[in-house]
Design a protein around this ligand. Structure first.
Ligand SMILES: *[C@@H]1O[C@H](CO)[C@@H](O)[C@H](O)[C@H]1NC(C)=O
Ligand SMILES: *[C@@H]1O[C@H](CO)[C@@H](O)[C@H](O)[C@H]1NC(C)=O
Ligand SMILES: *[C@@H]1O[C@H](CO)[C@@H](O)[C@H](O)[C@H]1NC(C)=O
Length: 701
């Protein structure tokens, strides 16, 4: 009897004590510490683990070219880049007559570090033999693939600066970027060739085109005939040319420009950010330290656009750590992805990656997909899922009452194992960046995938690296302490109402300084001077325009954006982003832009309603309509959505002036293709404002 009670006491009390100890410890962990820095006064923080700023992953790796060469030597016989061969390609016709391509893809075929190094050297030699003038730039305009990375490294062997252009930027932006940087060699995938041919009268600086070979590549020679001033070669031809005509390397130094990266700014034409070789290796060195035990036992799945600094930095980290990189694409990612032929395998199922990078929009989709499946199954499956989820949630949120130890193992086997197989089943760490991740989704992925998410914060101008949350940090909504390659300083913004003396936490504009701060905007000294400053000790600082606050453990939280704060007629400040985030909680809202005219004392909103939800309401309320756009016009519909916004605003304790006084419903979704949101699905306010100018004016009448 006493034995049983004793055992019960031990069984209950020990975990409580243990979890209290663990919780106590977790709270105490100092991740960032205050530091004295130069430049404008502020509240500065550095990574707690390194007193000196990290600039290189190891001695001697001061440029991308050196890093590549040394890593390839170190790991020469290990797997490096993997690609899937197309086994078959079909077209299926949907009920509306549209045709969809369906692929059957094979196993990954790997090349070793040595092989990749040789290919990059050959490509570099081939470019010279082709007649590329090394004092001019090359551009890469292609979807993510192994050849992208090989061409990129090849250029650095000859100190050629690479211009990268986001594939979803429009034609005008493409012409502008290539013309501004006087690109003479354009490296692209065969899909882009046709598009380029159509623009050739505007692409006057181009001499050479190198296209990546595909089974269905258009015949290069036919393009030559049409474009007498372009010399068109396939990637394989250039490699072969280089193999037969090897040229000695001409390596860059740390301060040389490696990349000019054109990013989709939220206003006007894109700006080219100049990244030095020193910037890229500093970020790689710093991010390495936040992925626990990263090494050649890992496998990384690459599928995000390499023209985006986040993916480029992630792949550089993998190169640094000797991790194999398997290439995939967003449309072939999982077994149920759009382009995957039914019954065949998606990239994750074949590769079984341990590391993956994702943007919040993708994780949101994973979450919706899982929830939908659970809902469809219903019954016992749904019940079990809900119990398992809430038990693990309680544990992660620090309650000793949650599922720990053995119980975790149990739930993993009954419930989560199946879900994890959606991403291949082996994920142990995810990198997330590009936009803020919602706390709900972060928790969901933590629990269902059983993997921590490192949330990164950074911009192209800071060469990705600025802050990164640590694997053992279970809080949500924060982006971690500064990376070891930089300092982060908050600078008071008095008129916006954010100061470093605010309680309980210092707040202000986020300013980043150190080894990862880029050299500025290409050909735009005025703009560079506005947002980059050099302090008396020679350190570069970048003013991000984001508003943040530092938690007591040294972690940064982004709370606002300077540009998105409008001062109303009566002097109140309205933070558009904050209001939008609050109103998104209404079921009716798929997307929303809040707009505030400084000459009035109220705000208005453009709402893209969720078609499913609004139609369901319309049908149930007996509203007569022919199509969705007609439903959006109905006064009853507007009223219903507005009521739900008011409710959401109340729940979030918004002020009256923060609650949209008038709204308009817009039936067409906002997509990156339409140019109304960025690829990371952030609103492009200027474009939205321009497109819906009349609507906004009407709302203020
Ligand atoms: C290209 O740039 C030059 C200046 O360098 C400018 O005069 C020209 O108009 C530009 N062309 C296009 C098509 O943008
Ligand atoms: C690399 O190229 C840039 C631009 O052409 C040049 O200014 C720099 O001196 C070169 N670096 C070396 C080490 O030759
Ligand atoms: C609403 O009714 C229309 C027309 O009857 C139908 O096409 C649509 O699927 C319904 N939508 C919902 C969400 O019930």
């Amino acid at each position: 009897m006493y034995g049983i009670i004793g055992a019960a006491i031990v069984a209950i009390v020990i975990p409580i004590l243990l979890s209290m100890v663990l919780r106590g410890k977790r709270k105490l962990k100092q991740r960032g510490v205050p530091v004295q820095v130069g430049g404008e006064a502020g509240y500065a923080m550095r990574n707690a683990r390194s007193i000196k700023l990290v600039e290189v992953p190891w001695e001697g790796a001061t440029t991308m070219a050196a890093l590549f060469e040394q890593s390839c030597k170190k790991h020469s016989q290990e797997k490096f880049l993997g690609m899937r061969k197309v086994i078959s390609k079909d077209f299926v016709t949907a009920s509306d007559g549209r045709k969809f391509e369906k692929l059957h893809l094979g196993e990954y075929q790997w090349e070793t570090y040595q092989q990749v190094f040789d290919r990059a050297c050959n490509f570099a030699s081939g470019l010279l033999k082709l007649g590329h003038d090394v004092d001019t730039r090359a551009a890469i305009f292609s979807e993510t693939r192994a050849e992208w990375f090989i061409a990129f490294q090849g250029c650095f062997r000859q100190n050629i600066t690479v211009v990268t252009i986001y594939a979803s930027l429009g034609e005008e932006a493409l012409i502008h970027s290539l013309n501004e940087t006087q690109v003479s060699t354009l490296i692209c995938d065969s899909k882009q060739l046709k598009k380029l041919a159509a623009l050739r009268s505007s692409l006057t600086t181009i001499r050479h085109i190198v296209y990546f070979d595909d089974e269905d590549s258009p015949d290069g020679s036919s393009v030559i005939q049409e474009n007498s001033n372009w010399k068109v070669s396939s990637f394989a031809e250039v490699e072969k040319l280089g193999m037969n005509n090897p040229a000695p390397p001409n390596l860059p130094i740390k301060k040389d420009i490696a990349v000019i990266m054109y990013t989709s700014g939220s206003t006007g034409l894109p700006k080219g950010v100049m990244m030095t070789h020193g910037n890229t290796v500093a970020t790689a060195a710093a991010v390495m330290t936040v992925i626990p035990q990263i090494g050649n036992k890992d496998v990384y799945l690459a599928y995000l656009p390499l023209a985006h600094v986040f993916e480029l930095a992630a792949e550089t980290v993998m190169l640094t750590a000797g991790v194999p990189i398997g290439y995939g694409s967003p449309l072939t990612l999982t077994d149920t992805s759009n382009k995957i032929k039914k019954g065949t395998k998606g990239d994750v199922s074949v590769l079984k990656p341990t590391l993956m990078a994702a943007v919040p929009a993708i994780l949101d989709r994973v979450r919706e997909g899982v929830l939908k499946k659970v809902d469809e199954k219903g019954g016992i499956v749904k019940k079990l899922f809900n119990i398992a989820y809430s038990r693990r949630l309680a544990a992660i949120e620090g309650s000793w009452f949650g599922a720990w130890g053995l119980e975790t193992l149990l739930w993993d086997n009954i419930v989560f194992k199946k879900i994890r197989s959606v991403l291949g089943g082996e994920i142990r760490f995810m990198l997330c960046g590009g936009a803020p991740l919602s706390g709900d989704t972060q928790r969901f992925i933590n629990i269902c995938m059983g993997a921590p998410i490192g949330q990164g914060y950074g911009l192209t101008e800071t060469c990705a690296g600025a802050a990164f949350s640590e694997a053992d940090d279970t809080s949500v909504g924060r982006v971690g302490p500064p990376l070891p390659c930089c300092y982060i300083k908050l600078v008071s913004w008095e008129e916006g109402g954010y100061t470093i003396s605010d309680k309980p936490m210092p707040r202000g504009e986020v300013v980043v300084g150190g080894a990862s701060i880029t050299a500025g905007y290409f050909n735009n000294d005025a703009k560079t001077g506005e947002v980059y400053k050099v302090d008396e000790k020679g350190m570069r600082w970048f003013y991000t325009g984001d508003i943040g606050r530092f938690h007591p453990d040294g972690c940064l939280e982004i709370i606002d954006r300077k540009k998105d704060i409008v001062k109303l007629q009566h002097g109140e400040y309205i933070s558009l982003g904050k209001v939008e985030a609050a109103l998104m909680s209404s079921n009716f809202v798929e997307n929303i832009m809040v707009y505030a005219d400084p000459f009035h004392n109220f705000c208005v909103a453009l709402v893209v309603p969720s078609r499913q939800v609004l139609e369901k309401w319309g049908n149930e309320s007996g509203i007569k309509y022919n199509d969705f756009s007609e439903l959006c016009e109905k006064a009853e519909a507007k009223n219903e959505v507005q009521q739900s916004l008011i409710k959401a605003a109340k729940a979030a304790k918004l002020d009256k002036f923060e609650t949209p006084a008038k709204i308009e419903l817009l039936p067409e979704p906002w997509t990156p293709e339409s140019g109304l949101v960025t690829a990371a699905l952030k609103l492009k306010r200027e474009q939205l404002k321009a497109k819906f100018k009349d609507v906004l004016e009407k709302l203020y009448k």
